[in-house]
Write a protein that binds this ligand. Sequence first.
Ligand code: ADP
Ligand code: ASP
Ligand code: MG
Length: 782
Amino acid sequence: MTKVVHKFGGSSLSSAARYQAVAQIVLGQCLAGDCVVVSAAGKTTNTLVKLWQSYKQDDNQGFSDILLQLENHQSELIAALFVGHNRSDLLAQLDNELQTITEQAKHGVLHEATLLAHGELWSARVLAYLLTQLGFAAQHVDARQLFTLHNGQLLHQQNKQACKELLQANALFVVTGFIASDVEHQTVTLGRNGSDYSATLLANYLDADAVSIWTDTQGVFSTDPRKVASAIKYPKVCRSQAHLLARLGNPVLHAKTLSPLKNTKIKLQVRSSFDVEASPTEIVKEGYSKAKRFITTFEDLDLIRVDALRQGEVGELSQLIQHSIHHFIAQGECYILVPAAHTHEVLQALSGRANIVESALQGFAVVAAPSDVAQLQVQATQLLNEQNVVVRFLHSDDEYVLFLTDQAIDSDVLAILHDKLVNKGRELAVIIAGLGNVGEVFVAQCQRQVAHLKQQFDVKVVALVRSGKMLFSASGIAIDTWKQQWQNEAVDYANSELIERIGELDYEHKVVIDITASEAFSHLYPQFIKQDCHLISANKYAGTADNTWYQNLREQLTERNLFWRYNTSVGAGLPINFALADLQHSGDKITQIDGVFSGTLSWLCSSFDGSTAFSELVVQAQAMGYTEPDPREDLSGRDMQRKLLILARDIGLTLDLEDIALQPLMPEDMAQGSWDEFLTRREQLDAFYAEQYQQAKAQNQVLRYTGSLSIDEQGKVSAKVGIAFVAKDSAIAHLTPGDNIFVIKSIWYESNPLVLQGPGAGKEVTAAGIHSDLYWLTQRLK
Ligand code: ADP
Ligand code: ASP
Ligand code: MG
C-alpha cells in the first residue's frame, strides 16, 4: 500500500475554516497508515518567538499581553470547531499549558524550544480531535517521542525504531512538525520552517512512498507569487535547484527538507491546500527536469566574513538561531548571510573569528542554469542601475548570482526583474486538437510561424490530437514530417491520458489550441486549466456555454493567471475582438452591433437572385466546404446566435443563448430528420425562401440574415438573429458573397458606425487568425 506523509504548513491552518478545509483534504486523500505532519497554526510560532523575547527582556506587561493573544487565538479556534466535551476538554488542556508557561516565566525557568513547541502541539491536537469528530479516528503524536538528536545530529537508527514502534497501528497519526528532543529529553527544534524537514524525515523512517507539502500556493513558482502576479508555476523542479532555493532562505521549502530523500525513491510534491485540484510541483531527481529560473528575495541581512569556518559549523549556527544561513566562498574568503536580528548571537558564537562586512542588507538572488548565470548577472546589474537600486555586494556562483542592496526589493522592482530576467526567451508547449480543414492548415503554417517566434519564445508543438487518436512527443514533433510521424506513432487515447500527459510536460508555459468543433472537447477546458494550460479556441462551445459554467471558467483562468483567446470563433481572422476591446479600453461605450457573422449565410443570401433555387445553392455551398457538415447548423441560425453571444460577452454582458431571439432561415419543421430526408423536401425550403425574397423586393429592400444586439440608455439589452430586410444602399446589402460584416455603433461611432468587413470563413484566414492568438499569447507571456 502506498504510504504518504502529508505536511500542512501554518499557512494552511490559519483559521477555523482552514482547519475544516484541511480536515476535508485528509478525509479525501488519506488512508489509515498515512501520516499527517503539521506546523503551528498561522503565525503562532512568530508570536511565541515574541513571547520568548519579552520574557528575555523582563517585559512583564508585554509577556502577559502576548500570552493573552495566544490564548484568544487558540480558544477561538477551539470554540469555532468543537462543541460539548471535545471543546471543554481542549480548552482545559490549553488552560493548563498556559498556566504552566506563566508559572515557569515567573520562576525564570522558561525554556525557549519548549515554549516554541506549543504551536505544533496545539495544532496537532486540534486537527486530530477534528478528524475524530468527523469520523476518521486520528491520534496526535508529539514528535519529541520520535526524533532524538545528539549534539545536533539526528540518531537515525533510534528514530527509525521509535517511528516504527509508535506509528505502527493502522490509524491516522497527526504528528507535530518542527520539534524534536535531545538525549536528555530536552526539547529542541529543527529550525524555522522545519516542519517540511520533519515530514521528509518521517517519510524516510517509515519507508513511505511520497511526501506532499500542502501550502498556500499551488507549488514552487519562479518567484513569490504573492508579490508578482506573473510568477510562473513550474510543474517540475529538480532537487538541486529546490535545495539551493531553500539554502538561499526561500520559505517554500526548508533547507534540510531534501536531505532525508537522498538515495530514496520517495516522491516529493508541493501543492495547494486552497485548491486541491490544482496540479502540484513535483521535486524530481537530477536529470528529470530542466534547470529553471527563479528569483528569491532577502530582507534585513548582515554579511559576515568568517575565518576558518569549520565543517558543520554553519549547520550549528543555524540551529542556534533557528534560521537557515546562506554561506559561500568568494575570493578565498568564507562569508555567511545572517538575519540582522541574530547577528549578535552569531558573532558571539564565533568569538572573534568573524567580522561584519556589510550590514542591513536587502536584495535577491537569481537562480538559473549555469550557462545563463553570467548573462543574467549583466542584465540584472543594468536593470538595477535603471531602477536606481545600489548594489553593495555581489557574488556569483555556478548556479546563482546574489545581489545585496541598500534598498528593499519591493514588488514593483521584483516584477520588473522577473519580467526581464525570468520570463523571457522561455518555452511554450503547444497542444493542437482538431486536424480538420483549418487544423491542417494551422499546422502547416506553424513551421514558418514557430521560426518567426523563435527570437522571443521557443514554441514546440508537443501534441496533435484528433478524436480518439493522438500523437504526443514531450520534446516536440517535427512539423514538416508530422503526417508521417502520425502514421507511425499516433495512438488511441482516453481523455484522462491526454490530461495526464499534459500534466507531465516540463515547460514553463503550455497552451491547448482547440480547432475542433466538438462540444465534448470544450468540456475538458477546466481540466486543461488545472494543468496550467492557456487556451486558444476556434471552437465556439466554451464561449457560448451557460453563464455559470462560463464565468467559473473565467474565474479559474484568472486565479491561475492564464489566458484564453478565441479570436477566430467569430469572423474567422477578422480582428473584431481587437476592435471591441480597443474601443472599450479607450473609454468608448458600445451601444449596438449589427451584421452578418456567418460566411455560409452571407454567401447564400448574396448569391441568390432568383435564377437558381435556394436549395441548389445550399447544396453547392456544401460541396465547396462553405457549410457545416449538416448545412442546417447554418440555416438554423444557431451558429450566428453563438457568435452574437460571444460578442455580447466580449463587451461585458452576461447573456445566455436563450437571451438571443432566434429565427431560422428555413421552415421550423425541417430541422428534424436526416439530411437526406431534408433534401427530399427541398421545394418546401425553396418556397419559403422565395416568399421572403419577394416580400423584401416588394418593399424595395434586400433579404439578408443578420444578427443584432443593442443596449438602450437604461442598459436594457435586446438581441436577435434572423431574417432581415435591409436597404439596398446599406453596407450589409453590398456584402461580397461569403464575407462577414460587423457594424458597430458606440458613443464615438454614433451616426457614422465603425464597419469591419472581410472573409468570415475559409481555412487560410481562420488558421492565420489562430496564429494571431498564439502571437498575442507569446507577447503577453514575455
Ligand atoms: P507554510 O506555512 O505552508 O510552510 P510558508 O509561508 O512557509 O508556508 O511558505 C509559503 C510561502 O512562500 C508562500 O505563501 C509564498 O508567499 C512564499 N514564496 C516565496 N517564494 C516562493 C516561490 N518561489 N514559490 C512559491 N512560494 C513562494
Ligand atoms: N512553525 C514553525 C515555523 O513557523 C515550523 C514551520 O512552520 O515549519 O517556523
Ligand atoms: Mg514553511
